[in-house]
Design a protein around this ligand. Structure first.
Ligand SMILES: Nc1nc2c(c(=O)[nH]1)N[C@H]1C(S)=C(S)[C@@H](COP(=O)(O)OP(=O)(O)OC[C@H]3O[C@@H](n4cnc5c(N)ncnc54)[C@H](O)[C@@H]3O)O[C@H]1N2
Ligand code: MOO
Ligand SMILES: [Mg+2]
Length: 420
């Protein structure tokens, strides 16, 4: 084995590692699915408006469509009386044009008749009926031209770009798609992500505990992360520390899936099996050491055009490695233009004494106090600690070097997909 793979590793920054991965991102195929199944998926086409919204002059209130000039002198003391010539429910087309001295009763959302340039709210009027049963309205308030009318294209103009391909379909996108008649939506197929945990100490989740062994928790944590990122997790049987077996399993999976994620076996231990695999297969190693804590030995390789992300086995490192590298890949494979989480800042809620040679990504918990955002480590901040992941809604980025950090320091924070 090339001992350089274990001990002579070249350390690169998180940004360099991301750039190396970006080169190998492949777009998923496009599939067309019903609108009501598309929430949480990413659009595979730009969506332009093929009609105006609204496509008719729309009344914003229940009331009377009138000419503003007719009611310019109206007041409670001297109301203006107009003859009501029509009743216009929503969904119908007005039959008559408003001329001097006339009004049409109109409902919210109905088309405003020609001739009218405003709608007076019902509450500003009194309706009357004369002996011949003709309807009249007394308007008690003058309103400006244009009042209570949304003009044609007041919301959206014909030809406007509404949604860009790669957009995540949420409530607002769903409403736009429905408005424009997309009963079926083109989306990117969800990347299938095979998840392998490696380590002879690992027991299946249903197995009774055995001395010295632990249950495989990373596969399930990572599967939940894959799902939250928009991928399709495929939990594969855990692998023992046997390089040929791991190589065969990973290579076989790669022919069926879009991305492979492994956890464990990337450090310098005797049984760190992914390192052995990288030494013997014909895939290309992209990196095997990243300037970050936790997850320094995070590695990545490409084989037959498919990416393999080899995350550290320590649960904290697996979690962080996924958020930093795998989640953006899953998003980018579905057309997301900006797949990296956007940072925000918060005040550190506690002193944090541990300086580090590499930038730290500390699992953090945010809280809002009096409108200000505070953040603290989510429990014990050790890479080997699993239980604190459940309390993490972000990663606190702490730069390398220095003497540690003090309560109240302004720190950079990245939200995580598993935030509550
Ligand atoms: N001499 C050195 N030792 C270590 C170094 C180092 O630089 N020199 N680096 C440490 C760092 S940092 C990390 S991170 C870990 C990386 O370990 P591996 O990626 O090789 O992972 P493993 O050795 O397989 O496991 C580490 C730890 O995590 C537990 N584990 C693994 N898989 C799972 C799973 N699926 N579910 C739950 N827990 C899992 C495993 O039992 C170990 O306790 O190396 C340090 N050592
Ligand atoms: O790289 Mo490791 O920093 O303990 O997680
Ligand atoms: Mg190890």
């Amino acid at each position: 084995m090339d001992t350089n793979l274990k001990f002579g590793r070249k350390v690169i920054s998180v940004e360099e590692a991301r750039a190396a991965l970006r080169e190998y991102v492949t777009s998923m195929a496009i599939e067309t699915i019903p609108l009501d199944s598309s929430f949480g998926r990413r659009l595979a086409a730009d969506v332009y408006a093929d009609h105006n919204v609204p496509h008719f002059r729309r009344s914003g209130v229940d009331g009377y469509a009138v000419r503003s000039i007719d009611i310019s002198e109206a007041s409670p003391e001297s109301p203006i009386q107009l003859k009501v010539i029509e009743r216009i429910p929503s969904g119908t087309i007005p039959q008559f044009t408003i001329s001097t001295g006339t009004a049409s009763r109109i409902m919210t959302g109905a088309p405003v008749p020609d001739g009218a340039d405003c709608v007076v709210m019902l509450e500003m009027t009194d309706s009357l009926r004369d002996e011949g049963e003709a309807a009249w309205v007394q308007v008690k308030k003058n309103v400006q031209a244009g009042s209570n009318i949304t003009p044609i294209a007041g919301e959206i103009g014909l030809g406007d770009l509404l949604l860009q391909h790669g957009s995540l379909i949420g409530p607002g996108e769903a409403a736009i798609l429905a408005t424009f008649g997309y009963s079926e939506v083109p989306v990117y197929r969800k990347p299938r992500v095979a998840i392998f945990s490696t380590g002879s100490e690992l027991l299946n989740v249903h197995a009774p505990l055995e001395p010295g062994r632990i249950r495989n928790s990373n596969s399930y944590m990572l599967a939940a992360q894959v799902e939250a990122a928009g991928g399709l997790p495929m939990i594969m049987p855990a692998l023992s520390d046997d390089a040929p077996q791991v190589q065969a399993a990973v290579e076989h999976a790669m022919t069926h899936v879009d991305l492979v994620v492994t956890s464990g076996g990337v450090s310098v231990g005797d049984y760190d099996v992914l390192v052995d695999v990288f030494g013997r297969w014909d895939g290309k190693l992209l990196f095997n050491k990243v300037a970050m804590r936790p997850g320094t030995p995070t590695s990545a390789a490409i084989w037959n055009g498919k990416l393999l992300l080899a995350l550290s086995g320590n649960p904290g490192a697996s979690y962080v490695g996924f958020e930093l590298f795998v989640k953006p890949l899953i998003k980018a494979m579905q057309g997301c233009a900006n797949p990296y989480m956007e940072a925000f800042t918060a005040n550190l809620d506690v002193d944090y004494g541990k300086a580090s040679a590499y930038p730290r990504y500390v699992r953090g918990t945010t809280r809002i106090d009096n409108g200000c955002l505070w953040v603290r480590p989510a429990g014990v901040d050790k890479s080997s600690i699993m239980v604190s992941v459940k309390d993490a809604d972000c990663l606190i980025w702490l730069p390398a070097g220095g003497q540690g950090f003090r309560i109240g320091d302004r720190v950079v924070v990245y939200p995580t997909s598993t935030g509550k």
